[in-house]
Design a protein around this ligand. Structure first.
Ligand SMILES: [Zn+2]
Length: 328
């Protein structure tokens, strides 16, 4: 595998404390634009080995970008494309037994596909790619609760949000706080967190959906999921990676406040992290935070290994750039 084929971070649960202190922030490299495009090449197989390995693939803020960005000389020209993403996901599935495919919200809005078809095309494509679970971003309310509900029959995957109380809306029964997937005896809990509606979503568009404190909701979700025997807890967050004000909930403040989360797969701030960020904490010894920009230009990947007792033993993160080298 060529070095540039992966944006890669490696860590072992047992070795994290030695790298940067048990509670320390080990790595934080944020960039506001994608790295120079690198071909995924032939390396789709294991990036870390143990008794049992789960591959978690993730996207965020795909924003109705079904086609690659136009060749208009812009900074993203020619990048992305849902068909290429599907090819990439298929290759990873072919090379790995246990794969989970997740999205952190803002599937809607950004191209005429959404304006004309209201999100049906995006959901159908994600269903064809085999998405398992997604959370809701603010733009997923752009056609209101009713517009979202109307397109849900096209979504062959689950939606989770632990801090949006949907009980008083048409989303009741369509969005759960969390879900659990089981892979050969390894239980994986997945919950979602949404951003505050204020200044982002008109009251009329989120009618009946109530925002509640994400940290409180995250703690409750972790408690329930651990009690239910989950050895890995994943948060799909649309809170945003980081803000100037530390009072504003973000993926980083969440990681500090709720060490029981093992993976925080983020969205909203369109942050291209060149490397996943890890906090050495919690029962697994890690909270890995990642986000893959926007527009479907990158696919994130975190592999988690489990020992013979089905406890998480290590992790590795990677990112695949999505460009014309995936055209087939
Ligand atoms: Zn957003």
């Amino acid at each position: 595998m060529k070095r540039r084929e992966f944006v890669r971070t490696l860590g072992r649960a047992g070795g994290i404390a030695g790298l940067g202190g048990a509670a320390g922030l080990l790595e934080a490299t944020a960039a506001d634009r994608p790295r120079p495009a690198a071909a995924p090449g032939s390396g789709y197989g294991p990036i870390i080995d143990d008794d049992f390995r789960l591959v978690v693939l993730h996207t965020n803020d795909t924003h109705s970008r079904m086609d690659p960005f136009p060749m208009d000389g812009g900074r993203f020209a020619g990048l992305g494309g849902a068909a290429r993403r599907a090819t990439l996901i298929r290759r990873v599935r072919e090379a790995n037994e246990h794969v989970l495919l997740l999205d952190s919200g803002d599937i809607f809005q950004g191209t005429p596909y959404f304006n004309f078809f209201g999100g049906e095309i995006e959901f159908r494509a994600m269903t064809a790619m085999g998405y398992d679970v997604a959370t809701l971003g603010n733009h997923d309310f752009d056609n209101g609760v009713d517009g979202l509900v109307a397109t849900l029959p096209e979504a062959g995957f689950e939606f989770v949000s632990a801090n949006y109380d949907v009980g008083g809306s048409a989303l009741a029964g369509h969005v759960e706080p969390w879900t659990v997937r089981e892979f050969d005896g390894v239980r994986v809990g997945i919950f979602g967190l949404g951003i505050a509606f204020e200044k982002l979503v008109l009251a009329s568009l989120h009618e009946g959906v109530r925002y509640t404190d994400p940290i409180t909701a995250a703690r409750a979700a972790c408690r329930e999921l651990r009690a239910g025997g989950c050895s890995l807890v994943i948060c799909l967050s649309h809170l945003g990676y980081e803000y100037r004000s530390s009072d504003r909930p973000s993926d980083l403040t969440l990681a500090e406040a709720v060490p029981e989360i093992d993976l925080i797969l983020g969205g909203h701030t369109h942050t291209f992290l060149d490397e996943a960020v890890v906090f050495g904490q919690g029962r697994t010894g890690f909270t890995v935070v990642n986000q893959v920009g926007w527009g479907g230009m990158r696919l994130g990947r975190v592999d988690v290994t489990f020992d013979g007792a089905r406890q998480a033993s290590g992790w590795a993160a990677a990112g695949y750039d999505i460009d014309d080298r995936l055209d087939v």
